[in-house]
Design a protein around this ligand. Sequence first.
Ligand code: AMP
Length: 280
Amino acid sequence: MKIIRKIKLMQEYVKRQRKAGRTIGFIPTMGALHEGHLSLIRQAKKENDIVAVSIFVNPTQFGPQEDFKKYPRPLAKDVRLAKSAGASVIFNPSADEMYPAGYQTFVEVGKITQGLCGASRPGHFRGVATVVNKLFNAVPADKAYFGQKDYQQARVIQQMVKDLNIAVQVVICPIIREQDGLAMSSRNQYLNAEERKSAACLYEALKVAKAMIKSKIKETAKIKKEVRNIIESNLLAKVDYIEIVDAETLEPAKMIKGKVVIALAVYIGKTRLIDNMVIG
Ligand code: AMP
């Protein structure tokens, strides 16, 4: 399998594939690949001739106090896993290749970035939108695959693609979970054994919220309170946010109506985890 580190070479590779009549599926990642990532690669493999996976820990989407430095970077293992899931090529640029000296252009998506993780992580979605835009230019694909795990991110990318007329089809794939329901994440490896057990409370709380909605409880305040109680009954857990929002606009919902997303961000010890469930 090919590993490409330069933007120009990556663009030339895609051009050659297109010339040969092949379709390209693209999965942007920050590496430390797990079954969640691999499910996106497998889906892309089903729908395209060539599958490109980018591995780039993007400095511009991390806040100054966040985990950019300690974020895991097991490149050799990632290459092996990506290949086994069907990747044809890996794009692994350096930070200097992506942001050379003198770099000065950023992409800001509006309202949809302001709540949820956008409120807790100022500048995060500016970094995400910028890097994904740059990656789309480096790997001009037919389809790009994102996980529902990062629901707001996927919506931000859809909005950006629409607003900027980017010629890529965004595909959102389901959340892959561990046996106890914890959403797979590269950050789960920060958890010690005790924290790992506690982390199951995010999914437990989401399931209770879903059951409440099924039993026709409409007031979101009531549902959020119950979700908070479940999570806070856990000594290691500290809620960052619990929100119920419209699935399209991400505006907070007072009452359950149409398609909604229950979205959570919770610190387990020092590790911030997110999860969500789409309902309706
Ligand atoms: P990351 O490497 O964390 O930036 O994630 C790269 C892509 O994989 C994003 O589109 C994520 O939403 C997706 N992803 C991460 N974890 C999961 C998961 N547990 N299930 C499905 N997709 C995931």
